[in-house]
Design a protein around this ligand. Structure first.
Ligand code: SF4
Length: 361
């Protein structure tokens, strides 16, 4: 797999070549599994690309909906650069149609209608701001990175030179070649595995089946640091927790799995909130399969600490206020290992002090 960036005026073109060495044009987009037919005015399911002179073009390159500061734990990443300050960014559009999306005001609106509210920053400016604000890393976490791939490739090149690692959240409904490209841009990735059943995928996510996502979790886990998040929806996917744990354990028992108590938004505002006691009980069983299970997005969770898989010592202690308000409390590892029994804890990157970069807030 190979890719190439070209520029045309203010547009950035990204070509991903398939296994046969041909460009992903013709004109079907090969960034995600929809394989949309693009045209002058055909913008695909995500509404973020079109075709111009035989190439896939971004409609709104380098337009960002946010450039906020967050704790890496709040994104969430619990096993990558613990304690670090992240600059979180996003664009518009998405290739899924989740009925409960908490970011629908950005992801599901017509992207063209939002552009006058967006920030226009070239990659150099974006990375410079991350440095200036003391951020250790940049994380794309609002919508789906596949809908803004060319811009993200360009940001990653500048970030690499500046020594800023990049991470992302993704739904992983990407083609195999785009998945490889994501792994080359982002050194730490959190995949949202929302459910397994195809009728759930059709009714709640707007995609025909989950198999490309499962394939890509496996692929990403072989290429980069991966954590997985499952938003639980009461009476919709809560019965699938055991099966998801079995799937993840089969990929890699060391994968950190975030079970996220979803408070549905968008088209599911009336849905029940997930029952904490019932999910607690279900997860106790899964802990035998996956040592790094977390259950959060509510105040007072007992499931936000990292426990040593061998002796049970709390090797990383955190605090969760819910709604993305997670933080590192105490880092007890010694050389990324349990201080009591020496068991090696799966961690990507070192612990980073919140103010390590010393930037201006
Ligand atoms: S990235 Fe967008 S245009 Fe390309 S295939 Fe996916 S939904 Fe369609």
């Amino acid at each position: 797999m190979n890719w190439q960036i070209e520029r045309s005026g203010d547009k950035v073109l990204l070509f991903i070549y398939g296994g046969n060495g041909e460009r992903g044009v013709g004109m079907k987009c090969n960034y995600c599994e929809w394989h949309c037919e693009l045209g002058d005015d055909n913008y695909g399911v995500c509404r973020m690309y079109h075709e111009e002179n035989g190439a896939i073009k971004e409609r709104f390159p380098h337009k960002w909906c946010t450039y906020a500061i967050s704790r890496v734990e709040s994104v969430p990443f619990y096993h990558a650069y613990p304690g670090s300050r992240s600059m979180v960014i996003g664009t518009t559009g998405c290739n899924m149609a989740c009925r409960y999306c908490v970011n629908a005001f950005v992801a599901k609106e017509e992207p063209a209608a939002l552009q006058d509210k967006m920030y226009a920053f070239a990659p150099e400016a974006l990375v410079r701001m991350a440095v200036k604000r003391g951020c250790h890393n940049i994380i794309f976490n609002v919508n789906e990175p596949a809908v803004s791939l060319p811009s993200l490739v360009e940001v990653s090149k500048v970030a690499r030179v500046a020594g800023i690692p990049m991470g992302c959240l993704t739904n992983a409904y990407t083609t195999e070649e785009a998945t490889e490209l994501l792994a080359s841009i982002f050194s730490f990735v959190n995949v949202s595995l929302k459910g397994l059943a195809n009728d759930f995928c059709r009714e709640y996510l707007g995609i025909p089946d989950i198999n490309p996502v499962l394939r890509n979790i496996d692929k990403l886990a072989s290429l980069t640091h991966v954590e997985v998040t499952t938003p639980v929806i009461q009476s919709v996917n809560d019965h699938e927790m055991d099966q998801i744990a079995i799937f993840l354990a089969d990929v890699d028992r060391q994968i950190p799995w975030h079970v996220f108590r979803l408070l549905p938004e968008y088209k599911m505002k009336e849905a029940l909130y997930p029952n904490i006691e019932a999910i607690n009980a279900a997860l106790e069983k899964s802990r035998e399969l996956l040592p790094y299970i977390y259950f959060h997005n509510f105040v007072g969770s007992d499931w936000v600490n990292t426990l040593c898989p061998r002796c049970g010592t709390a090797v990383i202690e955190r605090f969760s206020l819910g709604c993305g308000g997670d933080r590192l409390d105490r880092y007890n590892c010694r050389d990324k290992a349990c201080p009591d029994c020496g068991y090696e804890i799966k961690l990507y990157g070192d612990r980073v002090e919140w103010n390590a970069q010393g930037g201006q807030l």
